[in-house]
Design a protein around this ligand. Structure first.
Ligand SMILES: [Zn+2]
Length: 155
């Protein structure tokens, strides 16, 4: 007596779910915060990711992909994904722009340049070796002309 197609599919799905659960249990809790709530599999370096859909693969093949992974809780995972998307965008722009408002990388000087946009003119605020210092310079300047302006909020 054989399985019907539907039973076979359900068997496969259950098996894959079990394998995934076992791997998470073996590799958890969350690598970042130690939580064991809503654990997920994360590719440590997303550029190396082939697929998440590995549970039907052979153990050997799966092992290669899982060696690139870690366990994160839902919150840490979504936070990491957001950061990765941001980094991706930054790379697409050519990597010249800072995470801070009013800060740009000056290729010639190899320093961060802070500037303030004022009445559609840019006021130069100086060059800084540290990206955060440049962001702070922007904050100090902008608060004088517009206390409601968007800030980098450096602490
Ligand atoms: Zn976490």
């Amino acid at each position: 007596m054989g399985y019907t197609g539907e039973q076979a599919a359900k068997y496969q799905a259950d098996r894959q779910k079990r394998l995934k659960g076992e791997w998470i249990a073996d590799n958890g809790p969350c690598k970042k915060c130690g939580s064991d709530v809503m654990l997920q599999i994360d590719h440590i370096d997303p550029s190396l990711k082939v697929t998440h859909n590995i549970w039907s693969w052979s153990k050997e093949r799966r092992g290669i992909e899982l060696a690139k992974c870690q366990v994160l809780c839902h919150d840490c995972h979504s936070q990491k994904s957001r950061l990765e998307k941001y980094e991706q965008k930054k790379r697409k722009r050519g990597g010249g722009d800072s995470k801070h408002i009013g800060v740009h990388w000056d290729k010639d000087k190899q320093m961060w340049r802070a500037q303030l946009s004022e009445h559609s003119k840019n006021r130069h605020l100086g060059y800084f070796a540290s990206e955060d210092d440049a962001g702070e310079a922007h904050d100090r300047a902008v608060i004088k002309v517009n206390p409601d302006a968007r800030m980098n909020i450096i602490t």
